[in-house]
Design a protein around this ligand. Structure first.
Ligand code: AMP
Ligand code: MG
Length: 347
C-alpha cells in the first residue's frame, strides 16, 4: 500500500493520507491558515464545501478576535484590564461559554487546569518569549492570583469579572478545542459530514476521508519533530496533544515546557513528554490534555479510570508509551525505531 505524508502541521500531530491528497476543486476544499499563534488546516468535503470552508475561516478569525489575550481589542484583554476594579465586563456568548466551561473543567481536574495561570505564564516569559526562570519569591507573590474561582460569571450569562487586581486569564489551553467544536457545528450547518479540522495540536476528525476510510492521525515523537510514535484511525472525535517538542525553552540543561502546574507555579515536570486525549467533546478534550500533562501518569490513569468518556496516549520520559484500551484496535505503532515501547492500559 502506497502512502505518503501529505501535510505536516506545526502542532503536535501530523496527518497521514494517501498520495494525491485532496485539493480544491478536486475531492475537497483545503484551506491552510495561521491563527491563534499556530498553523491550521481545514479539509472539507460536501456539496457546499467552498462556502463552508470560507465560513469556517471567518469563524476562526471571529473567535480569535474575542479570545486572544495579546490583542489589545479582544474581550479577554478587556476582562484582564478590569481585574479587581469592580466593573463587570460585558461579553459575547462565546466568551461566556469558554469561561464557564473552563471553570467547570478546572473543578473536574482538581486544579491541574486553571485559566487564571496567566500572571505565572508572564513571569516565565512564555508570552513575550523572553524566557526566564522566576525566583521562588516571585512565584509565591503571584500564586494567590491563580484562582479560577475568583473569576466571577454573572447570572444570566452576559458579564464577567476577575475579583483581584493583577489577575488575568489565558485561554491558550482551551481556545483551540472550543473553536474546533464551533467550526464542526458550523460545517454541519452547511451539510458537511466529512472534514478534518487541524488547529495546531487539536485535530477534529469528522466522518471519513476522501477514500472513505476513517481519518489517520499520527501522534508525534515528542523528542523528534520528524518522527511519529503511532497512527490512530479517528472518526467523529477530537485528538488534542499537549507537551511535545515545541514550545519549551532550555536553561542549564533543563527543559521547561509552557504548561504550568497551577498549584506550584512551576512548569509541569511530571515525567511525561506529551499527552494526547481523544473524545467527542473538543473543548473539554483540549482542557484535559493540558490537565493530564500536569497530573502525570499516576493521576492521569486514575482520572481515566474514573471517567469512561475519553481515551489517551501518554508518552513518558522513559520512552514508554501508554495507550488506553479503547485505542488498541487500529493503533499502528511506529515508535520502535526511536527506542520507544508501548503498553496498553486496561480498565
Ligand atoms: P495546551 O497546548 O492546550 O496544553 O495549552 C498550553 C497553554 O495553556 C499554555 O501556552 C498557556 O497559555 C496555557 N496554560 C499553561 N498551563 C496551564 C494550566 N495548567 N491550565 C490552563 N492553562 C494553562
Ligand atoms: Mg489544551
Amino acid at each position: 500500500m502506497k502512502r505518503c505524508i501529505s501535510f505536516l502541521c506545526a502542532g503536535f500531530l501530523m496527518i497521514l493520507s494517501g498520495c494525491g491528497a485532496p485539493s480544491v476543486g478536486d475531492v475537497g476544499a483545503v484551506r491552510t491558515l495561521f491563527a491563534m499563534d499556530t498553523m491550521m488546516q481545514l479539509t472539507v468535503y460536501g456539496e457546499h464545501q467552498e462556502e463552508a470552508v470560507d465560513a469556517a475561516q471567518a469563524e476562526i478569525s471571529r473567535l480569535e478576535g474575542l479570545l486572544s489575550r495579546t490583542r489589545s481589542d479582544s474581550q479577554i484583554t478587556a476582562l484582564n484590564r478590569h481585574a479587581g476594579d469592580g466593573s463587570p465586563v460585558a461579553v459575547d456568548p462565546d466568551v461566556y461559554s469558554v469561561l464557564s466551561l473552563a471553570q467547570e473543567y478546572a473543578r473536574e481536574v482538581d486544579g491541574a487546569f486553571d485559566i487564571t495561570v496567566a500572571p505565572i505564564m508572564d513571569a516565565w516569559g512564555f508570552v513575550s518569549k523572553n524566557y526566564r526562570v522566576p525566583s521562588q519569591e516571585e512565584l509565591a507573590r503571584l500564586l494567590p492570583l491563580v484562582d479560577g474561582e475568583q473569576l466571577r460569571l454573572e447570572e444570566g450569562g452576559s458579564t464577567v469579572q476577575l475579583a483581584k487586581p493583577g489577575m488575568a486569564v489565558d485561554l491558550g489551553a482551551i481556545a483551540k478545542g472550543y473553536t474546533a467544536g464551533r467550526v464542526e457545528a458550523l460545517l454541519r450547518s452547511y451539510g458537511v459530514e466529512d472534514a478534518l479540522i487541524v488547529l495546531g495540536g487539536n485535530v477534529t476528525a469528522m466522518g471519513r476521508n476522501y477514500s472513505g476510510d476513517p481519518w489517520r492521525v499520527a501522534v508525534r515523537d515528542p523528542l523528534d519533530g520528524e518522527a511519529y510514535l503511532g497512527i490512530l484511525p479517528l472518526q467523529d472525535v477530537t485528538a488534542s496533544t499537549s507537551g511535545g517538542y515545541e514550545r519549551y525553552f532550555e536553561q542549564d540543561g533543563r527543559r521547561y515546557y509552557h504548561i504550568i502546574d497551577p498549584t506550584t507555579g512551576l512548569t509541569a515536570d511530571s515525567g511525561l513528554l506529551s499527552v494526547t486525549v481523544i473524545s467527542s467533546d473538543a473543548a473539554r478534550n483540549d482542557a484535559l490534555s493540558t490537565a493530564l500533562f500536569v497530573m502525570g501518569t499516576e493521576r492521569a490513569e486514575a482520572f481515566w479510570r474514573a471517567h469512561g468518556d475519553f481515551e489517551m496516549v501518554l508518552v513518558q520520559a522513559d520512552k514508554t508509551v501508554l495507550i488506553t484500551q479503547g485505542l488498541e484496535e487500529g493503533w499502528d505503532f511506529r515508535g520502535e525505531r526511536n527506542g520507544y515501547q508501548y503498553e496498553i492500559l486496561h480498565r
